[in-house]
Write a protein that binds this ligand. Sequence first.
Ligand code: FAD
Length: 402
Amino acid sequence: MVIVGAGQAGFQTAFSLREGGFRGPVTLIGNEKRLPYQRPPLSKAFLHGLADEASLHFRPQTLFEKLEIDFLPDAEVTAIDRASCAMVCGAGQTIPYEHAVIATGSRPRRLLVEGAGLGHVVYLRTIEDAIGLKEKVARANDIVVIGAGFIGLEFASVARKLGRNVHVVEAGSRMMARAVTPPAAAFVQRRHESWGVEFSFETTIEAIKSRDHVVTGVRLGDGRVLKADLVVVGIGAVANCELAAEAGLATDCGILVDDHLLTSDPRISAIGDCAVHPNVFARAPIRLESVQNAADQGRAVAARLLGEALPYRAVPWFWSDQGDVKLQIAGITTGHDHCVVRGSVEDGRFAVFCFANGRFLGVESINRPSDNMMARRVLALPQPPTLHDFEAFDFSLKAILD
Ligand code: FAD
């Protein structure tokens, strides 16, 4: 087994293969220099100085050795030779496979305006990015965050807590618009504003201004110039699917896989951020960027390779920590036409139940982790309840499960 990409999904595949009793060779190839690590803390505890690098590693080096997982760090796969079933690495080395798993993840979408290439216009994906960003935040006064998505907002909450002036600029009319309902987003915005984070919505970026190559501000589409000595860009991610496309595998904004996570070549699977998969909780094939998706798809591929071939149907879930707000999402709530809020918005503990045509899509919860756990169990029921059922049980997840 050869796995390309030693992130969440690749790491999980290798470990699940060994946990499941696979005895053959397992090679895990990663183009980063470090042991496989978790990314979520990069925009949270690590950035804040509350977690060190070692605590981010999934497992220590010794365990890779003990489990005989051949981990090759700092090794870029540059081509897939499908005719001879081999991975080609940058150095010209070839690594044969019986089955290959592509788990190459995604990368930040780049800002394309004048000044975007300056040194203090930064992105957050890797531990190197996070180390550099931490140093820059320590010296910054005025930070402009471009994009009010999860990573931009998590960063904003930490930077504000560290005492920096933070202004978030967003092209859309509200924060987290792609993934979160208006009531939950409005609550999170109010929390950010109470900490002193400023926002400009429906605002585009014209240019990053500089003097002697040093960032001085951000010129907005409405003519304003925001003072800035650091600009953090969080405008989404694009799938690392070029390797697959160049090898002739089917791609469309991600590597296309079937419900067993197989690509158009049955000897190659693709999982995690780079894969577009049919998901029973979504109306169309979808590319999810979450720890749950990467880890569960890694487990599912390992199980299939060990002989347990079931269609992938794990319940999607996600979390984002912003200051004292723990936002959790169970299911895929995009496309909802009806939502019901339960709990106390004033106390900052509530849940938003989402439906489309009466069908239960999922729950967004704020500081109510038990709702998230129960919603995941409800979504996994063979016959998930409808809006009508929820009304009959006064939106009690516990009553529905009982
Ligand atoms: P990755 O973890 O990106 O791993 C892919 C690896 O493959 C990378 O190391 C990449 O460099 C490597 N690679 C790419 N091409 C090649 C090649 N040709 N050869 C060799 N190696 C290659 N999710 C949540 O659910 N909750 C959160 O709170 C959360 N917070 C996040 C915060 C940040 C700052 C970031 C960046 C992400 C966060 N995520 C969160 C998303 C989550 O981390 C990702 O969805 C998850 O890491 C995806 O795993 P993956 O294995 O598909 O990709």
